[in-house]
Design a protein around this ligand. Sequence first.
Ligand code: GLC
Length: 434
Amino acid sequence: MIKRTFAKFFHLGLKKLGLIALALAVTAGVILLGVTVRAQQPVTISFLVRAVEAEQMQGLADQFMAENPDIRLEMVRGPNAADAVENLYTTSFLLGDSPYDILFSDVVWIPKFAAAGWLLDLSDRVSEAELADFLEADVAAGLYQGGFYRMPFRSDMGMLYYRTDLLEQVGLDPPETFSDLIAASEAIQAQTDVNWGFVWQGAQYEGIVTNYVELVAGYGGFWIDPDTLEVGLDQPAGIQAAEFMKAMIGEGISPPGVTNYIEEDSLRQFENGNAAFLRNWPYVWAEANREGSPVAGNIGLRPMVHDDGQQSAACLGGWGFGISATTPHPEEAWRVVEFFTSPGPMKEFVTEFAYVPSRRALFTDPDVLAEFPHFEQLLEVAETAVPRPPVGQYAQLSDILQRYLSATISNQMTPQVAMERAAGESRRVLGVDG
Ligand code: GLC
């Protein structure tokens, strides 16, 4: 009896022990599993990007995440105006501990961000030989005081789009000069049911500056000479460029609403068939020619118009990747940058959206050319495009120009007065007045 009880007790004891052991094992397992699950949690790499472009980059982002399950890429959708995005990045860096691991950067931002110490120097990660495959101006935009802060992803240059069908209707060739553009616009507005001649970007933001850069160069002048810091705004060409903008609206060639247009607004007008000419970036080609676009197949593209005896000028634009100095994940961030800027993904992006590649070889790539034959000529335009001044005070200088151009095209100031004041303020910012 005692034996049996003991045996029973012993048996129960064993059972209990077994259960405890099992419980312990399960707990340990859960803990271990927890650790492993946590170790497999992907690292999030985040950056801010204009909403239109985030849509377009999503395909590449998904591809990257499929190939790199340890990284989750978060593209935060920002406003579509380039400098509005810059302001958001600036605020986040100023506050310290920016939530962005990557700076998806316009071609004009680097001197300011690098000088502030907000970016990692990428020189050790990429060789000069590797950079030689990229457009020189795109690489130059990433240089600051011996460091390299921005890997080029795509370039940009302003172009003039025209409606081939409308020009044919009025029997004119595509315009080369400012007066050709005016004459063709007036003829088309008079003889067809198209309302507007020329649409462009006149809102008070970075885009109006890029339009101005092309106009002032088309009159043979300049905004700011990057080597001497001389300001050209109040010189004859500087004033003529502002007069041209104002005259376009005053003479009814451009709609009054152009003073609020950014890229997308002007593109809509052109795409809906409401305007004969459009100044915009190369991506418009794919968008306006897409299936279902009312103007598909009736579009021509050429360098921007200029004054008699002068040359066309394209403003250099473009976007690339920098890495935030405070990111806890610089290695993962670099893998993202490497992916987007490598030949395969860049080619995919370019072929789908007609964006201008930063890698030179893609301009003559047979697949790219099969899709966009005009890319062969774009290489020359890219190599001669006019950069905006690469100075640390760029954002302030751009802001001054934006304000005064906006004031003159909305009839608050004559072009002469506006450009004189803009020149004075710019010289003070640059420390070259007096
Ligand atoms: C485009 C250009 C960029 C420019 C902006 C102005 O995005 O690539 O360089 O600053 O337009 O709107």
